[in-house]
Design a protein around this ligand. Structure first.
Ligand code: FES
Ligand code: FES
Length: 172
């Protein structure tokens, strides 16, 4: 977490939620500490800090990464998205609404990372079935919900998305 002032630093240029950011960061600082401490974005959480729990999941160049396993210096020149993005995509907005609708969160600690993992499924596996959704979120621990409500919420978004696409494909 916070480190001595004489630690080596590196200047990074990162786009975070659409905003270009330039900071001198300690070389050993990981991405989630950078987001939380340097960018003021507290949505991404730390749990295990060794790549197991998924609480730190964010997106780098459109793909999910473990924020605790990526150094801030490695994000130099890349595009980062967190749950706080001011202009959520329709898919992220739909997931946020579905999580509320299906009561897919309790304490909320896992939720930012879970939403990012779910977004990955909705965007890259639009035909995912319930089992594939389970596999897709299997890298994200939730200690409250028992996962069923989360799976329900993600499946609902996928079904609505497919129904929407199907409707568009029907000739007038
Ligand atoms: Fe990164 Fe647990 S804090 S995977
Ligand atoms: Fe509490 Fe998932 S809602 S850990």
């Amino acid at each position: 977490m916070n480190t001595p002032t004489d630690a080596p630093t590196r200047r990074v240029h990162v786009e975070v939620n659409g905003t270009p950011i330039v900071r001198d960061v300690e070389c050993r600082k990981h991405l989630v500490d950078f987001l939380r401490e340097d960018c003021g974005l507290k949505g991404s959480h730390l749990g295990c800090e060794h790549g197991v729990c998924g609480a730190c999941t964010v997106r780098m160049d459109g793909h999910i990464v473990r924020g605790c396993l990526v150094l801030a210096a490695q994000a130099d020149g890349h595009r980062i998205e967190t749950v706080e993005t001011p202009a959520p995509s329709p898919a992220l907005k739909a997931l946020q609404e579905a999580f509320v609708e299906y009561n897919a969160l309790q304490c909320g600690y896992c939720t930012p990372g879970m939403l990012m993992a779910a977004l990955d499924i909705v965007e890259y596996q639009p035909d995912a079935d319930r089992e594939q959704v389970r596999v897709g979120i299997s890298g994200n621990y939730c200690r409250c919900t028992g996962y069923h409500a989360i799976v329900d919420a993600v499946c609902a978004v996928l079904e609505r998305q497919r129904a929407g696409l199907a409707a568009q494909e029907v000739p007038a």
